[in-house]
Design a protein around this ligand. Structure first.
Ligand SMILES: C[S@@+](CC[C@H](N)C(=O)[O-])C[C@H]1O[C@@H](n2cnc3c(N)ncnc32)[C@H](O)[C@@H]1O
Length: 303
């Protein structure tokens, strides 16, 4: 049974917050996860802290659970294009913002074990992982690489993995990768956000984290199976955020007439179609160019 909620009944702690890229619902969800769901049988790991908004909610949850466990945080802290606009901070592109992070999380610093690390090479040595929050790499390649490093530390039946941006259309490879791991059982969909959380029910086989494992080898029937399983567990408002990724994937892998048929069957509102076009404006790859043009003509949209 998937829990679908905006966590409106969770009282978020009073925190002085830095700029964040997560919604109010996601903030309450993270606090709930660390304070009420995490049991302490393994570690809590966060990848992708940015300036510390998500980190503070997780750390406050751990503090309030009172077990004395620390949150292990990872980010490469490289200031990227667009971050200035989102934060109002003036930091040169390519510079480290680790000092800013440390200042922001100072009130809960004793509950945090911070590390500067690339998601590609985390150097994880701190044992079994019970709660994992991922808000950094969103591509198939980087998520698979992350799983290669961390899956040996998962505890079947206990480990929960929350993916921020799961419902972000351009990050659709995240949904395909997780759907291809049938030992990941969807547990939570955060409404008014893009986070979905899974329970790990069994060990992740080595072949699913190997460097050659790619959805680009899947046939059309497998793509159909995976997208059907994804869209089946999501509530309608969440499906709408991701639905166009189904024909997009078919087209990307060369199943052009199937992609067109799938798009023709879809019943999105013009507003949803327009919203999804805007979300993918920066994606220049041919499959994104195709979906934008096909959606514009199907829904009579000008941009
Ligand atoms: C969407 S932001 C995280 C937002 C944050 N959770 C919040 O509450 O505002 C993504 C973060 O991932 C980091 N990041 C991106 N690619 C990374 C990589 N390959 N390795 C480590 N960190 C990465 C960025 O530096 C950024 O801080």
């Amino acid at each position: 049974m998937v829990h679908i909620s905006n966590f409106g009944d969770v009282e978020a702690p009073g925190l002085v917050l830095p700029p964040g890229m997560i919604s109010e619902s996601e903030r309450r969800f993270l606090y709930w996860l660390a304070s009420s769901k995490h049991t302490g049988v393994g570690e809590v790991v966060e990848i992708g802290t940015w300036l510390g908004c998500s980190t503070l909610h997780l750390a406050a949850g751990l503090r309030d659970a009172g077990r004395g466990q620390k949150l292990h945080t990872h980010d490469d802290y490289v200031w990227r294009p667009g971050m200035g606009e989102k934060s109002g901070l003036t930091i040169e592109e390519g510079q480290s913002f680790f000092p800013n992070f440390l200042v922001n999380v100072e009130p809960l610093r004793s509950h945090i074990d911070p590390k500067v690390a690339s998601a590609i090479d985390l150097g994880w040595t701190d044992g079994q992982i019970e709660t994992l929050v991922i808000d950094a790499p969103k591509s198939w390649r980087t998520i698979r690489r992350l799983f290669k490093q961390l899956a040996p530390f998962f505890i079947p039946g206990k480990t929960r993995i929350a993916f921020q941006d799961y419902l972000h259309f351009p990050s659709y490879e995240l949904a395909i990768y997780t759907a291809s791991l049938d030992m990941l059982e969807p547990q939570v969909v955060v409404l008014e956000g893009s986070t979905v959380m899974f329970l790990v029910t069994a060990p992740v086989p080595e072949e699913r984290v190997s460097d050659v494992y790619s959805y680009k080898q899947f046939d059309a029937a497998e793509i159909d199976r995976l997208w059907t399983s994804i869209l089946d567990f999501l509530p309608k408002e969440a499906c709408n955020k991701l639905a166009l990724a189904y024909p997009l994937t078919l087209w990307q892998l060369g199943h052009r007439s199937k992609a067109e048929a799938r798009l023709a069957e879809m019943e999105l509102s013009r507003e949803t179609a327009s919203f999804m076009l805007k979300k993918s404006n920066k994606n220049v790859e041919p499959h994104f160019a195709w979906i934008r043009s096909a959606v514009r003509s199907r829904y009579g949209l000008s941009q």
